[in-house]
Design a protein around this ligand. Structure first.
Ligand SMILES: [Zn+2]
Length: 118
């Protein structure tokens, strides 16, 4: 379980609590507090969804790294890395794309070739 899963559970619990309080306020004709509580519930719901997405990304990165450690060649994740996505593909960190240098193989006559040209 990642820290993101803990955050997701906390945000979900908060959203459920705020939704219940908003329903109670609506039942008692307290519309202004109900609107504030509903807004808070919406923010916490978005946070829970975001943390769930981060949790799944961490699990996918761990599985990708495990496969690489076993000598397999797993396909890169989409997006390849979070920094690459944020920078429009110009900067990468902890990237899951295999670099071009890693794709260079030596042909039988020891001339380097890329995987595509082989
Ligand atoms: Zn990347």
């Amino acid at each position: 379980m990642t820290i993101h899963r803990h955050y997701q559970y906390g945000a979900t619990t908060g959203a459920i609590t705020l939704t219940a309080l908003a329903a109670i306020c609506l039942y008692r004709d307290l519309y202004a507090p109900a609107a504030g509580l509903a807004l808070g519930a919406a923010v916490l719901t978005e946070a829970a969804v975001r943390e769930r997405r981060r949790h799944r990304r961490v699990l996918a990165e761990h599985e990708w790294a495990r496969r690489r450690a076993l000598g397999l060649n797993p396909a890169p994740l989409r997006p390849c890395c979070l920094l690459g996505q944020a920078s429009g593909g110009t900067v990468h960190r902890q990237c899951t794309r295999v670099s071009v240098a890693a794709l260079i193989h030596l042909a039988e006559d020891n001339t380097p070739t890329t995987k595509d040209s082989a």
